[in-house]
Design a protein around this ligand. Structure first.
Ligand code: SAM
Length: 291
């Protein structure tokens, strides 16, 4: 067989297995070795690490990860890919394929079941994947909100979503997703990937980013739920001033929100898109003072 990432390999597999690429499962397979190498290199994987991969496809990233890692567990929803992966990855003895929906997968359990490599405790957990684009954001938020104890998440996703995740206050791309992800992680740009390197070609370009999960949060919160409620309300009506967009949060009246904004020293006529994460935290902590 040719190299796994070669377009001829994908064609050959489709023919031999009668495999049809599923648009609804976001199956856009990578055909560029440089990007594959970059994802693996920038995940900083060692032989003492467990790699959890989301959506292996025919296994291009899986094989590269298996070379670098102690163990790889790949979660793939499409049962038609399981016999294919058995063939393409047969030479590796450190890969487990789990035929499951990532949204229904208990990653804590996967980590518990794979906490050792040849009798040695694993040192780190790296999550990687060329994500299915129809559920990029839910996958990221699930991993972060579940508090999965991984070191990093290195992923390929639509450029537009990556731009939103990386965005800074005062920019058009800055929104609830930027604040939420940056609360849990630091974000690094790894690579840009033009749409031409996928089969089939998607409509949009992609970006690889690495999310390094913070050991300590950047702000101290009395109540995490209040923090996310403020962010949601603020960006839910992003054209409105904070005074208007926040009115109603936790049933608070306009007068009460005005008093809260005055306490924090945040100008009530500002919009959520100008607020730094520390300012969202201050607002939430004023709504929910510590007891
Ligand atoms: N890693 C391969 C590559 O780079 O060529 C495939 C990437 S493709 C963009 C996304 C993969 O995720 C597909 O194999 C698809 O079947 C799988 N997938 C889609 N939805 C999934 C889900 N909910 N849970 C797990 N895998 C999923």
């Amino acid at each position: 067989m040719d190299k796994l990432y070669a377009p001829t390999t994908i064609r050959d597999i489709k023919n031999r297995y009668g495999f049809k690429l599923s648009k609804s499962l976001g199956q856009n397979f990578l055909t560029d070795k440089n990007i594959i190498d970059k994802i693996i290199e920038q995940s900083f994987i060692s032989k003492k690490d467990l790699v959890i991969e989301i959506g292996p496809g025919i296994g291009v990233l899986t094989a590269a990860a298996a070379e670098a890692a102690g163990k790889v567990v790949s979660i793939e929803i499409d049962h038609n890919l399981i016999p294919i992966l058995k063939e393409t990855l047969h030479e590796y003895d450190n890969i487990t394929i789990v035929n499951q929906d990532i949204m229904k997968t208990n990653l804590h359990e996967i980590m518990e079941q794979n906490h050792e490599i040849n009798g040695q405790k694993i040192e780190g957990v790296k999550i990687i994947g060329n994500l299915p684009y129809y559920i990029t954001t839910p996958i990221i938020m699930k991993i972060l909100e579940d508090g999965v104890k991984a070191d990093s998440i290195t992923i390929m996703l639509q450029k537009e979503v990556a731009d939103r995740i990386k965005a800074q206050p005062g920019t058009k791309a800055y929104g609830a997703l930027s604040v939420a992800v940056q609360y849990y992680c630091t974000v690094s740009h790894v690579a840009s990937a033009p749409k031409e390197i996928f089969i089939p070609q998607p409509k949009v370009d992609s970006t690889v980013i690495r999310l390094d999960i913070r050991k300590e949060k950047p702000v101290l919160l009395h109540n995490e739920e209040a923090f996310f409620a403020v962010i949601k309300a603020g960006f839910g009506q992003r054209r409105k001033t904070l005074l208007n967009s926040l009115t109603g949060v936790y049933g608070l009246s306009k007068e009460e929100i005005l008093a809260i904004l005055n306490t924090t020293g945040i100008d009530p006529s500002r919009r959520a898109e100008t607020l730094r994460i520390e300012e969202f935290a201050e607002l939430a902590n004023t709504i929910f003072p510590s007891t």
